[in-house]
Design a protein around this ligand. Structure first.
Ligand SMILES: NC(=O)c1ccc[n+]([C@@H]2O[C@H](COP(=O)([O-])OP(=O)(O)OC[C@H]3O[C@@H](n4cnc5c(N)ncnc54)[C@H](O)[C@@H]3O)[C@@H](O)[C@H]2O)c1
Length: 514
């Protein structure tokens, strides 16, 4: 095989993706030939790249010589036959299996016998595309993300008959571009779109169950969850509105069907109904939020209802690993701790359940449900050390007392969400599902644990990889949240993966490969 730096790259289909891919390889020093079936489209793609890079030259971010050298390497061609001699041909045409198969048959006839033929498909089977070729070993998926120059991760997809040499060559070539290659098996959603299913589907489930409303779920995910000092940049519904439910919901349906109705991916009736109603998101001016001039109309957050004098004299924190921290918190917030072994009749009872809902935690300990409120202590909750705390009431909790608890826990300026009972509050459930899906990807050996974490961080912009999230919270804790949801709903979507259970039992990292 030729040295990688001398590889000539062909790009077929020069729309949004093809032009970005062409730019990336030209900037990395490769000669790139661009072909598109639409007359003038390849020239337009070169002009668009020239325009983008020209602006960088004007701003002093790119040297003029580098710009000219890059543009000198990009040549539009008028016929597929002119890709003869390319060492790598990247297909980025319309997302249609039959059209792609026909193109690959033609590419095999045009390209030399050693050329690698790859597809940028997001949702089609690489194995099915490769089946059209007489040598499927040199066919692979090569999945870039939009915009290609900025999204610095690429999935190298191994079809059932892709050779290890083909995958290795793509990994080495990708490294030369500065993008991070991750290798994944040809499975529905590949790695990143598969891993991304947990966040939105569990958020939709929480809203459908009535645990919290849309703005609350988004606020909790942006403000309560912290990994490596950062949270999720967008709440799940903000993300769904940005992508457009007409795009996200069919992806959820497709992945669910392709995995033969795996309950973890079950789409939401709530989303289907909103698609039917045209509430697609930013693009239609209304989705989960309303948009005016492209900006979401803010939904004000209700302040804790003022209840006059607190309807409790003291605060009793349940025994357990969080008792001392909860007592410290209530003291810092100006309340008096009830340190008796059982709560006094006029005490507010605070619980910190893990894997149980407030009702079960309260009933198991024989505590008075009407005086009980649960606090999510899995994410930072200390005084002056968090943006948001999340409380949960049992159905029997006195609403006045719950509001008073909310006021108390907001006394240091933190925002407080009060949600309905659910094993795992809001954030624990969504994060647990994100971790559960990643563990299943690792269990099925679709990708290595390290690649799963890297790909999700770079491709989905999460504050850290999902397996690292699980390690930070503790695999046993995440499994307990899932088991709690499984027990309280009977829904198999919450069953923890064997990958997670084994590592939890053995005290190993979720990143520990077999
Ligand atoms: N847009 C994204 O965010 C994204 C992300 C990852 C992967 N993809 C995948 O990349 C591929 C291209 O997507 P896009 O968004 O760039 O599409 P696009 O519509 O912007 O561009 C497709 C281009 O392919 C050309 N074309 C269509 N059929 C052709 C053929 N038979 N031969 C040659 N050229 C042909 C069209 O003229 C067009 O210029 C699809 O498979 C898509 O699923 C898209």
């Amino acid at each position: 095989m030729k040295p990688f730096e001398a590889f000539v790259v062909g790009v077929v289909g020069t729309g949004a993706m093809g032009r970005g891919i062409a730019q990336l390889f030209a900037q990395s020093g490769h000669a790139v030939r661009l072909f598109d079936a639409a007359p003038g489209a390849a020239q337009a793609a070169c002009a668009a790249v020239s325009d983008t890079l020209g602006k960088q030259v004007d701003k002093g971010k790119l040297a003029r010589d580098a710009f000219e050298a890059t543009m000198g390497r990009m040549s539009p061609v008028g016929a597929l036959g002119e890709l003869a001699g390319c060492d790598l041909v990247i297909e980025a045409i319309v997302e249609n299996l039959d059209v792609k198969k026909r193109l690959f048959v033609e590419l095999e006839a045009v390209a030399g016998p050693d050329a690698l033929l790859v597809t940028n498909t997001s949702s089609l089977s690489v194995t099915a595309i490769a089946a059209a070729c007489s040598d499927p070993a040199r066919v692979a998926g090569y999945h870039f993300f939009n915009p290609v120059p900025l999204m610095k991760v690429v999935e190298v997809i191994r079809g059932a008959r892709t050779s290890a040499a083909t995958a290795d060559a793509l990994v080495a070539l990708t490294r030369r571009t500065g993008h991070a290659p991750v290798v994944a098996q040809d499975t529905p959603g590949f790695l990143i779109n598969h891993a991304g299913r947990g966040y939105g589907t569990e958020a939709l489930k929480l809203v459908a169950e009535g645990v919290a409303d849309v703005p609350t779920v988004d606020r909790v995910m942006r403000e309560q969850v912290v990994f490596n000092g950062a949270g999720f940049r967008l709440g799940p519904f903000e993300l769904l509105d940005l992508t457009g439910l007409d795009v996200s919901h069919p992806v959820m349906e497709s992945i669910y069907r392709q995995f033969y109705e795996e309950p973890r991916f079950r789409p939401s009736a709530l989303a289907a109904q909103r698609v039917a109603g045209g509430l697609l998101g930013r693009k239609t001016g209304e989705g989960f939020y309303r948009y005016e001039n492209g900006t979401a109309v803010a939904v004000p957050e209700a302040a804790p209802v003022s209840t006059g004098p607190a309807p409790f004299a003291r605060v009793w924190a349940a025994p357990g690993p969080r008792q001392a921290a909860l007592r410290e918190l209530v003291t810092a917030l100006g309340a008096t701790v009830d340190d008796a072994s059982q709560p006094r009749a006029d005490s507010l009872v605070l619980l910190a359940p893990l894997g149980l809902d407030a009702t079960a935690a309260c009933a198991d300990a024989g505590l008075p449900a009407e005086r009980t409120v649960a606090v999510d202590t899995l994410f930072p909750f200390a005084a002056k050390a968090c943006k948001r705390r999340v409380l949960m009431a049992t159905p029997a909790t006195d609403p006045t007392l719950a509001q008073a608890a909310r006021s108390l826990l907001a006394a240091d300026g933190a925002r407080v969400s009060l949600v309905r009972d659910s094993a795992g509050f809001v954030a624990q459930r969504i994060v647990a599902m994100v971790v559960a899906v990643a563990c299943e990807i690792a269990q099925q050996r679709i990708a290595s644990p390290a690649d799963i974490d890297l790909a999700v961080r770079l491709g989905l912009g999460y504050p850290t990889g999902p397996l690292s999230m699980g390690d930070t919270l503790g695999a046993a804790t995440v499994a307990a949240v899932l088991e709690g949801m499984h027990a309280s709903t009977g829904d198999p979507r919450y069953r923890p993966s064997p990958w997670m259970r084994r590592r939890a039992r053995l005290g190993l990292s979720l990143l520990h490969a077999d």
